[in-house]
Design a protein around this ligand. Structure first.
Ligand code: HPA
Length: 268
């Protein structure tokens, strides 16, 4: 991190989390599973953007999950709120400065692949940056993007998921669109043609930023709803939040088991 960009609060400077988690819409209850050591509101950090979107709290929580120290960013800001992609990835630069080496990014997403089921999680295999913004605008340039989402960590998560009884994880391509409106049926068909399995309005700036800083990245989409035209139901943010809240417990159980093993892989 550019040292002049943010002053790292003492609680973060003194902590030593190797794993960081970014929680998306409706997934804030995840924090209830963590033994909380400290909290730090985004408003306590000068220059850190803050969200006004319901379901995005706006604080860092440090604590223990699965026996390991983790740093959670509860809430993010989005490009659709008027922030730049670089601003939308600010919390990732802070997490990296606090020592995070593995970043787990979560979001709520709409289903584009009609074989996928609402209420389930999709592990990101790759993404499409269709919003065409980058957190790296202005440098560093030409960062390799051939494996944004760590193959070894994905393999571990899929294996562990099978052990736990399966059923939660799809795997696929996440398309980042600008929003803030949901898609039209024609746009959902276009996204499918382009190779997307799910669509959402976040995550990609964070993943690009994290890779540029040398972090390993894992991404999870909570498939909260069918994309427009795949169902007769109109989409609503409250439906997205409700499904996210129900599904949060399942991901948390998986991560509790996997986080220690993820750190082991990182040591290899
Ligand atoms: N489209 C875009 N973003 C989303 C959706 C959707 O259907 N659901 C949750 N986030």
């Amino acid at each position: 991190m550019d040292q002049k960009e943010f002053r790292l609060p003492d609680v973060l400077a003194k902590s030593s989390p190797r794993v960081g988690l970014v929680l998306g819409s409706g997934l804030g209850s995840f924090v209830d599973r963590v033994r909380i050591g400290y909290e730090c509101a985004y408003s306590e950090i000068d220059g850190l953007p803050q969200s006004n979107v319901p379901g995005h709290e706006g604080r860092f929580v440090g604590g223990e999950l699965g026996g390991l120290e983790v740093l959670i960013a509860q809430g993010r800001v989005h490009v659709y709120e008027g922030w730049s992609a670089r601003e939308a990835a600010s919390h990732v630069r802070i997490m990296a400065a606090a020592g995070v080496e593995i970043l787990i990014v979560t979001n709520a997403a709409g289903i584009v692949n009609g074989n996928f089921k609402p209420g389930r999680w999709m592990l990101l295999s790759d993404h499409l940056n269709l919003a065409r913004h980058s957190p790296l605008t202005g440098g560093p340039n030409f960062i390799d993007q051939s494996t944004v989402y760590c193959p070894a960590l994905r393999a571990l998560l899929k294996d562990e998921q099978k052990e736990l009884g399966g059923g939660i994880l799809h795997e696929g391509v996440y398309a980042w669109v600008n929003g803030p409106e949901y898609e039209t049926p024609a746009e959902i068909r276009m996204l499918r043609t382009l190779g997307a399995d799910a669509v959402g309005m976040s995550t990609v700036p964070e993943a690009i930023q994290a890779r540029a800083l040398g972090l390993k990245v894992v991404g999870f989409s909570c498939l909260t709803n069918y994309g427009a035209g795949l169902t007769n139901q109109p989409l609503s943010h409250s439906e997205v939040m409700e499904t996210g809240e129900k599904a949060a417990g399942e991901l948390c159980r998986l991560l509790e088991v996997c986080i220690p093993a993820m750190v082991e892989i990182d040591n290899e």
